[in-house]
Design a protein around this ligand. Structure first.
Ligand code: CO
Length: 133
């Protein structure tokens, strides 16, 4: 699998309005984009540090998987996203090596990326996203 860098960390928060001031006023990062991803039932806020982004995820309804995550485990790191130039071949390789896939094929994510997730049951508890431009 050819992964080039950590594209972003996904962080589950109850409220973007409460979380963004911490990242801006304490850590000194700048929120450069807020985007709702309707099919994932989240609102996302993006920060950039070096070539890595932080993606804050706020649930937009109680049925959102992010709402379920916060309910079960509280706010915090939700997933790690690796950049690659070929998500489909990464998925094929992972599946061949016995990793359970959440997505069988790449789908559209925030910021126009093509994304797919590996199941945390197969990755020692770390929800893993593969993404490409
Ligand atoms: Co993500």
């Amino acid at each position: 699998m050819n992964l080039t860098h950590i594209e972003h960390l996904g962080i589950a928060v109850k409220s973007l309005d409460e979380a963004i001031p911490y990242y801006e006023k304490v850590l000194g990062l700048k929120c450069y984009n807020i985007e709702e991803v309707a099919d994932q039932k989240v609102r996302t806020a993006f920060f950039k540090i070096g070539q890595t982004k932080l993606e804050l995820l706020e649930p937009t309804c109680p049925e959102s998987t992010i709402a379920g995550f916060i309910e079960k485990r509280g706010e915090g790191i939700h997933h790690i996203a690796f950049a690659t130039d070929d998500v489909a071949s990464c998925l094929a390789e992972a599946e061949e090596k016995g990793v359970r896939l959440i997505d069988k094929a790449p789908r559209g994510g925030a910021e126009g990326l093509k994304i797919a997730f590996l199941h945390p049951k197969s990755t020692m508890g770390v929800l893993t996203e593969l993404c490409m431009k």
